[in-house]
Design a protein around this ligand. Sequence first.
Ligand code: SAH
Ligand code: MG
Length: 194
Amino acid sequence: MANIKELKEYASINNIPIMQDEGIDFLTTFIIKKQIKKILEIGTAIGYSAIMMARLSEDIHITTIERDEERYMEALKNIKKFDLEDRITLIFNDALNVKLDEEYDLIFIDAAKGKNKDFFTHFENNLSMNGYIITDNMYFHGYVNQDEEEIPSKNILGIVRKIKDYTYFLENHMLYKTTIYNVGDGVAVTERRG
Ligand code: SAH
Ligand code: MG
């Protein structure tokens, strides 16, 4: 029997950074409230968030992209287990190499944190007129709000600076407006300006 708890346990044991409960609650509530039907997800991992979103309604279709082969295989298995193969399309590739023609009501960015701006610009043409782009991990485990001197590694500092740059990009964009919500690890919701 397919079981969400097992997915979460697998993720926890294998150090796979799936969405936190608070973040997933926010995301699923948002999808229901806005009656979102077509979703593009960047960063499948083992399929947890895709499965959580797809379960909300039979009308929801998701395309999700993962570049790590082991995780992709695990996601494929999980999506089958939950009987969602007809509503979740899995693409095994680096998202920045994927060109899509369709439009989506929601583009959910949850992959390499330093590349959020690249994902955004790569896929913004796939956003439907009234669509939303949601980005997870805007706080990057809290590091984004820490003094830069206290950040333990150059690597993390590099990502923090890229997230700050992405935040600035979103908040000053001519075409979009963005709100960053203090839920989970920080969730940004972007929509077209009126
Ligand atoms: N959305 C998932 C968690 C994703 S974790 C959930 O909440 O259940 C982030 C994933 O993005 C990782 O599995 C990583 O391999 C993948 N990823 C990172 N950069 C990527 C890229 N450029 N293209 C595709 N996948 C990427
Ligand atoms: Mg995340």
